[in-house]
Design a protein around this ligand. Sequence first.
Ligand SMILES: [Zn+2]
Length: 300
Amino acid sequence: MKERFLILLALAVFSIAMPAGAQVKKMKIYISVDMEGVVGVVSADQLTPSGFEYQKFREFMTAETNAAIEGAVAAGVTEIVLSDSHGNAENLLIEKLPKNVMLVRGFPRPLEMMQGIDATFDGVMFIGYHASTANPDGVRAHTFSSARLADVRLNGSSVSEGAFNAAVAGHFNVPVIMVSGDDAAVKELTASVGDIEGAIVKWNAGFHSAKTMMPEAAYDLIRERAKAAVARIKDFKPYKIKTPVQLEVRFKNYRPSELLSYLSMVDRVDSHTIRFTGKDMIETTKFIAFITNYEPGLEP
Ligand SMILES: [Zn+2]
């Protein structure tokens, strides 16, 4: 009790000492950046280091991220953590980012596309996101691994990476406030998590085709939507899912589900599908990170 009184006294003295209006309100935003939903991206030619347009599209990905940062800062955001969440997670050009942000890069990591999120953030933005593998529409639509996974379900429902990552943020009571990507990605995510701000920078015509905006127009749109999202940040609710979390993963191949079923924590649902129950989204995300990254030949 005495300690509590002293703390209250200290707080009272501190607030008297601060002149009125001197306290700047802190606002902290987490931005997870993928690449499939970046303006102009339609195929691996833009998405992988061996693609003939990859270096150019790293510039566009970085510029879209900077547009989101500019919009957020214009609306009062004071602290930003970025997460490079595509491929090798070494895509964003760090020399072209503002010096006062922090960047999470490199895979694997326990919380994957949401590494670094915690309860101190006020909101989350997704830039360059794409639709799920369960969606018949969407440029490069996939969930975590286009080569290996045919479906990811949380508590019985197929999810996109956006919805999965929104549930990770929801674990920390942080709402998703904005998404950019193709029309399918924005539509699918808003159907899952609610009426967040969406910046549609291209319209899918197939897995490897789209009608796209020009980069400068995409930056303007993303900047404007990021600013609008922060301006009405109080409107958004964290996306929380029921715990324990029942995760089902359907593999494209047969042997991953066979081998994972050797583990007593894993149930084999059918030939290609396994089920894992995580106590929360943290345990569930680490499980996904493990099964999509582990192989016995890993070096170093
Ligand atoms: Zn990606």
